[in-house]
Design a protein around this ligand. Structure first.
Ligand code: GLA
Length: 385
């Protein structure tokens, strides 16, 4: 496809994955803790360096047109649509002082969009990773993630935290990524459900969510307001035993937000200690408690995600919860291998009974983060590391 569109061979092919978050939702922009995994579904990018300063973008999922931009003229607000994400990364690299120029980029994504699986982070991180290779920038994976987040915040105008980009850039196969945003720490925590005859199932409700629609920004603003009323740098600074005092100091509508963040950080800590001890099944009740908190306190669930969670648990899942930004998107369920088919069938039947559109179900396992997958040398394709 790259050859058809741009009339030449690419210099290489890169891949960056989507993610699911096991636990630690909406904690990243509160300086807190999260535990995502990268999923096997990636965004692929065939890329070629250009020395005339033009950035040309084409997507297999697009309308067939090539978006043609001058790198020197990239400024927040000038690019709209999907092209803002890749163009934003190129802008962020320039803004950070890296000596970069143009490129021809062809994308092909297997990450479902609007499913809460971070298709936008995959798109950003694959561009950051490809530019790192094309222009020999020597960036570390966390640096790629920070540039990708900068692009999404300042160029695409979405006030997200750093979790998705860290997951897409830094995850490794067979592990979840423990993130402590305040401490700037990221650690690989072994997570291999298949070794315990368990499966992590994604239930994409196909209710599209959109972080740009203002609800996410409003939640973030609510957290910031609460932390400033409490005189804290971030809600991260609160522990569960502080909640009664916080309740006396905060207006009633802010307390549930605070309660979610505080209890969610505690759930991440608990989950990590179970995983480190190889007790994967113990994750189940933590997921379910996380869902109740997102449904009742943070209020980002919806009828479809609640139904998926309740039905999965009723059919034997060890635990389930909505994952990602919320307002639709996907549910994750931890299930015994033996129960996987029953759980899937029950969810599909329940959606049909409620007149909801059929969900998309598939298992995932922890996959590697952004990487180069093929090098130049097209006489015989040489596989990269
Ligand atoms: C979105 C954002 C992340 C994070 C999650 C909620 O995916 O991009 O930064 O805030 O929502 O945990």
């Amino acid at each position: 496809m790259f050859r058809n569109v741009f009339g030449a061979h690419p210099d290489g092919i890169w891949a960056a994955p989507g993610r699911v978050n096991l636990i630690g939702e909406h904690t990243d922009y509160n300086d807190g803790l999260a535990l995502p995994i990268a999923i096997p579904q990636t965004t692929l990018l065939a890329a070629r360096r250009r020395d005339d300063g033009q950035l040309r973008l084409h997507s297999a999922q697009g309308d067939g047109r090539v978006v043609d931009l001058a790198v020197a003229e990239l400024t927040p607000g000038v690019v709209t649509s999907w092209a803002a994400y890749p163009a934003g990364v190129v802008w962020a690299l320039g803004e950070a002082g890296h000596r970069i120029g143009g490129a021809d980029l062809h994308f092909d994504s297997m990450v479902p969009t609007g499913a809460g699986l971070s298709s936008s982070a995959a798109l950003e991180c694959v561009v950051a990773c490809a530019y790192d290779g094309l222009y020999d920038l020597g960036l570390s994976a966390p640096e790629l993630a920070r540039l990708a987040q900068r692009a999404e915040n300042a160029f695409a105008g979405v006030p997200c935290g750093i979790m998705d980009q860290m997951a897409s850039a830094c995850c490794t196969a067979g592990a979840a990524l423990y993130l402590d945003v305040r401490a700037g720490v990221h650690e690989q925590v072994p997570f291999a459900p298949e070794e315990r005859d368990l499966r992590l199932l994604i239930i994409d409700t196909r209710v599209k969510h959109d972080l740009g629609d203002g609800a996410y920004a409003a939640l973030r603003a609510g957290c910031e307001q609460a932390s400033s009323l409490l005189g804290l740098a971030a809600l991260r600074d609160l522990s569960p035993s502080d909640l009664p005092r916080a309740g006396r100091m905060l207006p009633a509508h802010l307390l549930p937000l605070v309660r979610h963040i505080v209890t969610e950080n505690a759930r991440v800590t608990e989950a990590v200690s179970h995983l480190r001890a190889g007790r994967i099944a113990e994750l189940g009740p933590i997921l379910t408690a996380g869902h109740a908190s997102l449904r009742d306190d943070y209020r980002i669930s919806c009828a479809e995600t609640d139904l998926a969670v309740e039905t999965a648990i009723g059919a034997g899942a060890l635990g389930a919860r909505i994952t990602g930004g919320g307002f639709g998107g996907s549910v994750i369920a931890l299930v015994d291998d033996d129960a996987a088919e029953t759980v899937g069938a029950a969810v599909i039947a329940a959606f049909r009974t409620h007149g909801f559109q059929a969900p998309n179900l598939f298992p995932v396992f922890p996959a590697p983060g952004a990487r180069r997958v093929e090098r130049a040398g097209w006489g015989g394709v040489e596989l990269g590391p």
